[in-house]
Structure formats: structure tokens, C-alpha cells
Design a protein around this ligand. Structure first.
Ligand SMILES: Cc1cc2nc3c(=O)[nH]c(=O)nc-3n(C[C@H](O)[C@H](O)[C@H](O)COP(=O)(O)OP(=O)(O)OC[C@H]3O[C@@H](n4cnc5c(N)ncnc54)[C@H](O)[C@@H]3O)c2cc1C
Ligand SMILES: *[C@@H]1O[C@H](CO)[C@@H](O)[C@H](O)[C@H]1NC(C)=O
Ligand SMILES: *[C@@H]1O[C@H](CO)[C@@H](O)[C@H](O)[C@H]1NC(C)=O
Length: 534
């Protein structure tokens, strides 16, 4: 017998955990199915690569600061570093799961094989899941369950995408996709080619560069490389992902990001100069690459023209002997347990047909969503949480979707805007600015902070919300799911970020000085930019 308001959550990574929590918050009955026997998804590092299971590499450090990647009502502990290596991220998820008592809603070792409309779907919007227990022998383990809602949280870093490169099959050395890269050990003293200049490509190139003979980083388009660490050692994302910054016109934003990117090193001199403007493609976050290029350990090269058995020719005519190739060329978007008529990944253009990147617009009922399928300049974790909060409201009737025609035209409009704004690439069908996206969904739930009203009742908080980092707790100040700790979390975000680095006790200088100086500096810069712009 199905339980009333049973909602299936598929996967227990960051998105799944936030979905369970959001269902509970709305009085629904979540039941989460996780194929593995642990939570954390990608952030549960495993040494042996397995097909179908994604995990980060051993040296992976999150590229968004802890204040910006946190769940909105559960700040990262003060003593965790501002940029967390993967072990801390997993530990944070464990603390979250424990705090909200989520584990008892998860069935580990259960793989969802299919999701189909129930016989009474037209009236009820229900789905039938086919569940396979992964440890059991194949025949005994299949079970069916009817549920009132489905949140798909199965991740999209699973199926390696390797572009057609001429002669890649002719290459006789070691070949792998970044999905299967774990440690630099096997590549010691080799010449390695890394294809791509995204986050994983650059991380892997840097990781390899200390033990290999040489690393060649091949890029077609170049990339804007931004450091995690900003001025005064403050996380750059906490400085930039603010409402003040993103209320500037796009061209001003682009100029500022360009200035910032070129402040530390010249993209032209370091071979990285892209043809596109900043924010026209996803940026690459890396602190170490310029230094590794400077020592000659990494060399940036042009796009690959052809492979030989043990060598590669680049489009600019360059030629190198190489022992191994790593393709950091992204992933194919697939949800194997969903039929095309429920969710279609139209030629690897995953944004197609998804309202707000999460609700298939053609479905009759708002009972199925995809959580975490967004490319934002900012952490996807709070986005998943916001999406889950909205879907939970849609399931309880606390929110509703517009007519299909309206959704279709919204999708159409977003997609043509993306085509104008970004260079053509599969992941740019899911691209959005972080604050803009969060605000849009927050509006649907009624949790978008009203800074005008706030300015009357709590001017200091309102100013912080506008000028300071747009931390996820801003979406817990009002409306359903309001959290009494939100004000504190917002006001303390900068110092919470800094605490873990202040490991040596100093007795002299008052430490408040730097932060307030910085705040004033920001106000001054903001006003100056506004002034110049006018
Ligand atoms: C190398 C790398 C670095 C990254 N760095 C960052 C970063 O710095 N900051 C950031 O915000 N994001 C980063 N990301 C993005 C990352 O996707 C998110 O941080 C987050 O992990 C997404 O969580 P998720 O729950 O959506 O997916 P996942 O973590 O992939 O979890 C999906 C879960 O679903 C389970 N599952 C899948 N299919 C089934 C099924 N059929 N039945 C049952 N269970 C199933 C899987 O076992 C898994 O546990 C990074 C991604 C990669 C690959
Ligand atoms: C990662 O997940 C596996 C199961 O898939 C589990 O056995 C292991 O303990 C987890 N690792 C960590 C570090 O938690
Ligand atoms: C951080 O890295 C992941 C994986 O490489 C990437 O998908 C994400 O966009 C990056 N975040 C930012 C803010 O660039």
C-alpha cells in the first residue's frame, strides 16, 4: 500500500539530502533510494573508478567558499576551512543528515531501474518505481512502489563525454576520461596531455604537474581563470556573489571580472586568452595554474589537430611526444531510468523542455522534478535545496505552475537569451547567474528577501544583504521555512569564513578593523563604478 504523500527521492548526494529535508519541512513522506551504501554522491571519494559511479579525485577541493555552498539553515562549522577539501564536504553532509535526522528516510543499496506513470496517472499524477536491491541476486531483488511524487537527484557527472577527435583511436598510450582520474601516481615522469580548460581539466593538470615530466593543456577556446582567493585573502566568490555586484550592467561586470582575472597574471602571456568575454562561458576556478605555467611544468597549447600512436599535433602546428591523454571534456546527460516521453535529454541539450531547468513542461502534473541540473556561476548545492523547497511546495499545493503555453514561452525565451549571451556548448543550455536563479525560485515560494521592507525594520541587515555575500541564509529570513538563525548566519558569514585560518592566537590588533575597512572599500568601489558608468 502506498503511503499518502509518499515522495521518492532518487539519490542521496547533496541534492537528495536537501530534497529529503525539504519534503519533511512540508509535511511530506520522503523515501530516498540510494544505489551505494553511503551518502554524499560525488563527494564520497572512492579510489577505484567504477562505471556509473562518479566521485571526485583525491586532490579535489571545492571551488566555492563554505559560506556560499552551505545549505541555507545549516552553516558549515566554524572550524572547517573556508575552501574545503572533499573530506570536509562529505563530513558536512553527514552533520546535516544527522542534524535533521535524514538517514532513516534513506534506503541504501537500492537502485531505481525505471520510473513510469501509474495507471491512474491522469487523475493522480502518481508514478511507479522499479527498485532493484543492489546486493541481492538479480532475480530476487526487484520490487515496485507507487509514489505521489518523484525528485530525481541522481547527478549528471556519470557518463563521460569524449568528443570525436581525429585519430584518438590511433593513439596507443594511456587514455582516460577525467571521470576515472584519481591520483597523479600512475603518470609519474610521463608527458601527459590534458584536453580541456574547464575546472576539472585545470585541477588535474595542476595535480599532475608536480610529478610528471610535462603537462600539456590543450584548449580550443581558452578560459578566464579566477582564483579562489580574492583581495586580502578573502574568498573571491564571497566578494563577488553579492546583490550589489550583480546589479551592475553586464558590460561593467565583464570589465570588472576581466580586470580581476588579469590582475594576477596576463591571460595573453600565459596562453589562456579566450576569444569570449568573461561570463560568456563558465569560468575556471584555480589558484595554482598560473604558478605551474610559470615554472614550465604546465604548458598551454592549442586545440588538438590529430593524434599519432605516441604523439599529438596541435592546430597551430605544434607537435609533441606524449605518453598519456586525459579527456576532461565533460559529461553526457542521461537519465537511464526515465523514458524519453517523461524526460528527454534532446541531443545532449539538457535544458530543452525543462521549466526553470527542473520541471518537464509537457507533463500533466507537477509531480516529477529534476534537482541539481543547473550550471550556475556559484555553488549548485544551495540551488538544489531551493529547487527541492519549491517542488515540495508544488506537491502540497502551496505553489503552482503556470499554464503549459506560458512555461514553453519562458523556456524559449531563456534559451534564446543563453544563445546570445554564451558561447555555443552543451552545458550552456543550463547556464544561469546564481542570484538571479535563486531569486526567481525564491519568488515562487515566497522566500525572496524583501530588502526594501527590511531596510525599515533592520537597516544594517538589509545593507549586508545587498552589499555583502549573498549567502543562502538570505532565503530563510521570511516566508515558509523561515529560520530564526538566519540573521546571525548572514551577519557572521565573513568571520565564520575567516575563523579557521586564524589558527595562531594574536593578542594585539583588533581583527574587526580589516573587515569593516573592506566593507567601506566595497561601498566606495561600488559608488565609484556607478558614478563612472553614468
Ligand atoms: C570533480 C567535480 C568537482 C565539483 N566541484 C564542485 C564545487 O566545487 N562546487 C559545487 O558547488 N559543485 C561542484 N561539483 C558539482 C557537483 O555536481 C555538486 O557539488 C553536487 O555533488 C551535486 O550533487 P547531486 O546530489 O546532484 O549529485 P551526485 O553527487 O552525483 O549524487 C547522485 C547520487 O545518486 C545516486 N544514484 C544515481 N542513480 C541512481 C539510481 N538509478 N538509483 C539510486 N541511486 C542513484 C548516486 O549513487 C549518487 O549517490 C563538482 C563536480 C565534480 C564532478
Ligand atoms: C563511500 O561509499 C562507500 C559505498 O559506496 C562506503 O563503503 C564508504 O565507506 C564511503 N566512503 C567514505 C569515505 O565515507
Ligand atoms: C566548480 O567545479 C565544478 C566541477 O568541475 C564545476 O561544475 C562548477 O561549475 C565549478 N564552480 C564554479 C563556480 O565555477
Amino acid at each position: 500500500m502506498p503511503r499518502v504523500n509518499a515522495v521518492a527521492v532518487i539519490g542521496a548526494g547533496a541534492s537528495g539530502l536537501a530534497s529529503i529535508k525539504s519534503c519533511l519541512e512540508e509535511g511530506l513522506n520522503p523515501v530516498c533510494f540510494e544505489r551505494e551504501d553511503d551518502i554524499g554522491g560525488l563527494w564520497n571519494y572512492t579510489e577505484d573508478p567504477r562505471p556509473g559511479k562518479g566521485s571526485v579525485y583525491k586532490s579535489c577541493i571545492i571551488n566555492t567558499s563554505k559560506e556560499m555552498m552551505a545549505f541555507s539553515d545549516f552553516p558549515v562549522p566554524t572550524d572547517f576551512p573556508p575552501f574545503m577539501p572533499h573530506g570536509f564536504v562529505l563530513e558536512y553532509f553527514r552533520l546535516y543528515a544527522r542534524h535533521f535526522d535524514l538517514l532513516k528516510h534513506i534506503r541504501f543499496g537500492c537502485s531505481i531501474e525505471a520510473v513510469n506513470r501509474a495507471d491512474d496517472y491522469e487523475e493522480t499524477g502518481r508514478y511507479v518505481l522499479t527498485i532493484r536491491r543492489t546486493e541481492d541476486d538479480q532475480s530476487a531483488g526487484v520490487e515496485e512502489l507507487t509514489v505521489d511524487g518523484v525528485m530525481v537527484c541522481s547527478g549528471h557527472h556519470v557518463y563521460p563525454h569524449i568528443p570525436e577527435l581525429s585519430g584518438a583511436s590511433a593513439f596507443k598510450g594511456m587514455k582516460l576520461h577525467s571521470h576515472d582520474y584519481k591520483i597523479p601516481g600512475p603518470f609519474e615522469d610521463m608527458n601527459v596531455l590534458v584536453v580541456g580548460a574547464g575546472n576539472s581539466a585545470v585541477d588535474i593538470a595542476v595535480d599532475l604537474s608536480r610529478t610528471t615530466k610535462k603537462v600539456f593543456l590543450s584548449t580550443r577556446r581558452g578560459a578566464w581563470v579566477i582564483s579562489r582567493m580574492g583581495p586580502l585573502g578573502i574568498p573571491a566568490d564571497a566578494l563577488c556573489n553579492s546583490r550589489a555586484f550583480f546589479s551592475l550592467p553586464l558590460s561593467v561586470l565583464q570589465t570588472l571580472v576581466k580586470l580581476m582575472a588579469n590582475f594576477r597574471f596576463s591571460h595573453r602571456n600565459y596562453g589562456l586568452q579566450p576569444t569570449h568575454a568573461p561570463l560568456q562561458a563558465h569560468p575556471t576556478i584555480n589558484d595554482e595554474l598560473p604558478h605551474r605555467i610559470m615554472t614550465g611544468a604546465v604548458q598551454v597549447r592549442d586545440d588538438v589537430a590529430a593524434f599519432g600512436a605516441h604523439d599529438v599535433t596541435f592546430k597551430d602546428g605544434g607537435h609533441e611526444e606524449i605518453d598519456a591523454v586525459i579527456f576532461a571534456t565533460g559529461y553526457d546527460y542521461k537519465f537511464k531510468f526515465l523514458d524519453d516521453d517523461i524526460l528527454s535529454m534532446d541531443n545532449n541539450k539538457p535544458g530543452t523542455g525543462l521549466y526553470r531547468f527542473m520541471m518537464p513542461a509537457h507533463l500533466r502534473h507537477p509531480t516529477l522534478s529534476v534537482i541539481g541540473l543547473v550550471q550556475a556561476i556559484g555553488s549548485v548545492i544551495p540551488i538544489s535545496e531551493m529547487q527541492a523547497r519549491w517542488h515540495a511546495r508544488l506537491l502540497t499545493g502551496g505553489a503552482s505552475l503556470p499554464e503549459k503555453a506560458e512555461m514553453d514561452s519562458d523556456i524559449e525565451e531563456k534559451s534564446s537569451r543563453m544563445k546570445e549571451q554564451y558561447v555555443d556548448s552543451q552545458r550552456h543550455t543550463l547556464q544561469t547567474f546564481w542570484i538571479e536563479y535563486m531569486d526567481t525560485i525564491a519568488e515562487e515560494i515566497g522566500v525572496r528577501p524583501n530588502l526594501g521592507r527590511l531596510a525599515l525594520s533592520d537597516p544594517w541587515l538589509s545593507l549586508r544583504c545587498f552589499l555583502g555575500a549573498c549567502v543562502p541564509s538570505q532565503y530563510r529570513l521570511e516566508g515558509p521555512g523561515r529560520w530564526s538563525g538566519a540573521r546571525d548566519a548572514i551577519l557572521r558569514s565573513l568571520s565564520n569564513n575567516a575563523k579557521a585560518t586564524q589558527s595562531r592566537v594574536l593578542h594585539d590588533e583588533p581583527q574587526g578593523l580589516q573587515l569593516s575597512a573592506l566593507l567601506w572599500l566595497l561601498i566606495a568601489v561600488f559608488l565609484a563604478v556607478l558614478f563612472v558608468w553614468r
